[in-house]
Design a protein around this ligand. Sequence first.
Ligand code: ADP
Length: 232
Amino acid sequence: MIKYRDMISFDRVSKVYADESVALDNVSFTIEPGEFVSIVGPSGAGKTTLLKLFLAEERPTEGSVLFDNVDVHTLDRKQINDFRRNVGMIFQDFRLLPDKTVYENIAFTMEVAGRTDEDIDTDVPYVLNLVDLASKAWNFPKELSGGEKQRVAIARALVNEPDVIIADEPTGNLDPVNTYDIVQILKKIHDLGTTVILTTHNKGIIDSLGKRVIALERGAVVRDDKSGKYYV
Ligand code: ADP
């Protein structure tokens, strides 16, 4: 199913923290629905702050952050929760629930979102197949390799059909073979119509993707390149 909706727009956004660190300085860009964008930059460049501002976890000091033409910082708590449910998150450290099986980790996300038992029975196997992990459904996270754990995390991020997937350094803990697999899965998700935002330090990934790259340095966008090269 191709979805293509919900544009993301940062309009002259600055973020100055309470201790006066300038994390973002007048940042503007637009991400079209269905785009695959990598955000790169050295440590301290502002990548995490940018993601936090998008998820309304931090407020901008100036400027606006729009999703589907609505400023996310004008939403009330319930609206923010609904909005966040539209964004699937994937982290470097996987963040799986250790006492639940692979199946239960994914089912739990669906229960929290109020999905029916019928949906859970059909959608959990569907996403496990998508990440090629159906055979590990009844294993616990500690019984999985790093690459497998990340594939579970991706399945979990996908299962409620978000419009946007944010993968925050998803391959930071993985070897090259698993890194390659995770990038292939992210490409597949993108091909299915989901907007993908990837932060990474991995130059090889960026070069092989050949997709748009937004480069941050000291809180500013120093490059926004459609052809997808890292440069250093
Ligand atoms: P990155 O994710 O690219 O490493 P960050 O967004 O974490 O960058 O940080 C950008 C800048 O903002 C850094 O100088 C950092 O020290 C500062 N910063 C980040 N979070 C906070 C905070 N909660 N309070 C004060 N300064 C912060």
